[in-house]
Design a binder for this molecule. Structure first.
Ligand SMILES: Nc1ncnc2c1ncn2[C@@H]1O[C@H](COP(=O)(O)OP(=O)(O)OP(=O)(O)O)[C@@H](O)[C@H]1O
Ligand SMILES: [Mg+2]
Length: 262
């Protein structure tokens, strides 16, 4: 049964999509079966997976409003090696369309239910807002991964985000956990980075991933070729960091499963 992760942060440009695409490809490299869901009308995860968002016959929007089956909308990312549920600007209409629907917060959760056992991991790329789309992701997910940059305002934004996730969880998905905090675009030469990092360690010792994602130009270049960094330049520091993250995530999963059954 797949573990479903929402990759979320209401702040824009923190590395959500980069994390989704590269973590998905890295999990595939470790022989896991992966589905990546693009839940952002920007369609960045779609393009970054080598699928043209302008040429979609079906997208996640059709799935959410019940116009098509999830399997019909899926496409295979050749370079990534994972299945993708693509998105494009059509998804902006979902905010309004969903409002009129029953169980509007649980549309994605119900759509995923029949296919969960076909995957080991399902990753959901959220838009930079706590919108109805992000709420659908949080209701469908077992856990949230929060990518963040170690900057001055990051901690303030983080406590707002954690509170919102906990509130949404209590109301709509009581078993939702905050699985991990991921430091992205990490540059240890900047002293503020080290200060923020130390505070994260203090406040979130169990959630903070040891793996950090460095600022690396290959990670920024790869999406324009529709590839994860692992394919674009597998020796790059970015590609290696995401492989390490996949390893840490799988080990943490195993340790949690062990504690749960012990
Ligand atoms: N580790 C990194 N090193 C260098 N550039 C990066 C790194 N991570 C992300 N970027 C670049 O930073 C920009 C923002 O990253 P990304 O699109 O992953 O963020 P996001 O949180 O998904 O943004 P949005 O909120 O708009 O969806 C992109 O141009 C991306 O290529
Ligand atoms: Mg994004």
């Amino acid at each position: 049964m797949a573990k479903v992760f929402a990759i979320a942060n209401q702040k824009g440009g923190v590395g959500k999509t980069t994390t989704c695409v590269n973590l998905a490809a890295s999990l595939v490299a470790t022989k896991r079966r992966v589905l990546l869901i693009d839940l952002d009308p920007q369609g960045n995860a779609t393009m970054g997976s080598g699928i043209d968002k302008h040429a979609l016959e079906h997208s996640i929007y059709d799935v959410l409003i019940g116009e098509c089956d999830l399997v019909q909308a899926m496409q295979f990312s050749e370079h990534g090696g994972y299945q993708l549920l693509p998105a494009n600007r059509d998804l902006t209409a979902a905010e309004v369309s969903l409002l009129e629907m029953k169980m509007k917060e649980s549309r994605l959760r119900y759509a995923l239910a029949p296919i969960r056992e076909n995957y080991d991991y399902i990753l959901i790329d959220c838009p930079p807002a706590l919108s109805m789309l992000t709420i659908n992701a949080l209701v469908a997910a077992d856990a949230v991964i929060i990518p963040m940059q170690c900057e001055y305002y990051a901690l303030e934004g983080l406590s707002d985000l954690v509170n919102s996730i906990q509130r949404i969880g209590q109301l709509l998905n009581p078993s939702l956990k905050i699985e991990g905090l991921l430091r992205t675009m990490y540059d240890p030469r900047i002293s503020l980075t080290n200060d923020v990092s130390a505070q994260l360690k203090e406040h979130f010792p169990d959630q903070l991933y040891q793996t950090v994602i460095p600022r690396n130009v290959r990670l920024a270049e790869a999406p324009s070729f529709g590839m994860p960094a692992l394919v674009y330049d597998k020796q790059s520091r970015g590609a290696i960091a995401y492989l390490a993250l996949a390893g840490e995530l799988v080990r943490r999963q195993r340790a949690n499963a062990h504690t749960a059954t012990a």
